[in-house]
Design a binder for this molecule. Structure first.
Ligand code: CA
Ligand code: CA
Ligand code: CA
Length: 348
């Protein structure tokens, strides 16, 4: 095929469009060493040479079960604190680790080899530590690669994998790995916030559920009456140029908390939609929108509307508790009772 400038541009455009969805090119170590090896059949090279995987494998490919020559396994009694170091001939920018878990269960006489907690230590060519990512976790009994994102780090010449915990509370005298690879950046993902109910004096927590290589940036937004999504800042929630009775904390964090101090103006917040724009070094996405419901009749803020709310409201009315100013006219009177009764009948 003749490669023209046009085809290169088209390919670049296609890659740009697919960024975040396409499988990124994996980065494989050039060499490796380990502090312990079971035998010449279970050396660390088996974890970087593609043994047990198809040619041109990707993280979606399953590694074959444990067999001579396709896994790294430690010597008897050598598990916690042992390590493998993966080396690169040229400096790499890394933002994620692909880990094919040990597949000895049901095969080896001592099962449960899998590493479920570990540290990664990234170093430059002089051996200086560039970054340490402690207590990363992986699941046992998974045949395809598990993706472990970390903060994008440049100039990496080696990555040390240190075993901290193995399956079933370190029961096996052995551990190891089936295969490893790396990526320069793991695309940002976000499960998105769930719809929330909140009481008039309570708060609602919205969680972006973000993942991917760091650093990850968050910007929470609300849907204004104008139809525009507006960026939120910490402090009073302002919509369409007017303050509401709600406050925002964590407007630029993974979790935003919408607090209510609403004796009036609930209707400007009730039913409002919120979402988060999440970005990292290799892209950005916008989460689903979550709807916030302010449950006005949940007077005691216990998450449901029942007779106890009625009793507490009537007591508040008697004592002229400002929270009983249900219609927000700054007096506590029978009209508040009427409005509360309507809300109470409506439930949440
Ligand atoms: Ca292998
Ligand atoms: Ca209640
Ligand atoms: Ca009132």
């Amino acid at each position: 095929m003749m490669i023209t400038l046009r085809s290169v541009c088209a390919a670049a455009l296609a890659l740009t469009i697919l960024a975040g969805a396409a499988e990124a090119q994996i980065i494989r170590p050039d060499s490796a060493t380990a502090t312990t090896q079971f035998s010449s059949g279970y050396v660390i090279a088996n974890a970087i040479n593609g043994t047990g995987l198809p040619a041109n494998f990707s993280p979606a490919d399953a590694h074959e079960t444990y067999a001579f020559g396709n896994h790294w396994t430690t010597a008897n009694g050598r598990t916690i604190g042992e390590s493998a170091t993966f080396n690169f001939n040229t400096p790499q920018t890394l933002g994620g680790f692909y880990m094919w878990q040990h597949r000895s269960n049901g095969v080896a006489s001592n099962p449960y080899y899998a590493v479920v907690r570990f540290d990664l230590v990234l170093r430059d060519g002089g051996g200086a530590v560039l970054a340490t990512f402690p207590n990363l976790t992986a699941l046992p009994n998974i045949a395809t690669a598990q993706t472990i994102p970390f903060a994008v780090t440049s100039g990496v010449r080696s990555v040390q994998f240190i075993v901290r915990e193995t399956q079933n509370n370190n029961v096996s005298p052995y551990t190891g790995l089936a295969e490893v690879a790396f990526d320069d950046c793991i695309a940002v993902g976000a499960s998105g916030p769930s719809d929330r109910f909140a009481c008039p004096s309570g708060e609602a927590t919205l969680d972006a559920g973000s993942s991917g290589s760091g650093p990850i940036q968050h910007q929470w937004q609300a849907l204004a009456d104008s139809g525009d999504w507006v960026d939120l800042s910490d402090g009073v929630l302002v919509l369409d140029g007017a303050a509401t009775c709600a406050t925002v904390t964590g407007a630029r964090g993974p979790t935003a908390v919408i607090g209510f101090a609403c004796t009036s103006g609930r209707e400007r917040v009730n039913g409002r939609q919120f979402r988060c724009v999440v970005g990292n070094p290799c892209g950005s996405i916008t989460t689903r929108a979550a709807t916030l419901h302010v449950c006005a009749a949940d007077f005691n803020c216990d998450g449901s509307v029942d007779f106890f709310d009625y009793l507490d409201f009537v007591a508040g009315l008697d004592s002229e508790d400002p929270r009983a100013d249900f219609n927000g006219d700054e007096t506590v009177d029978f009209f508040d009772y009427l409005d509360f009764a309507v809300a109470f009948d409506g439930g949440c």
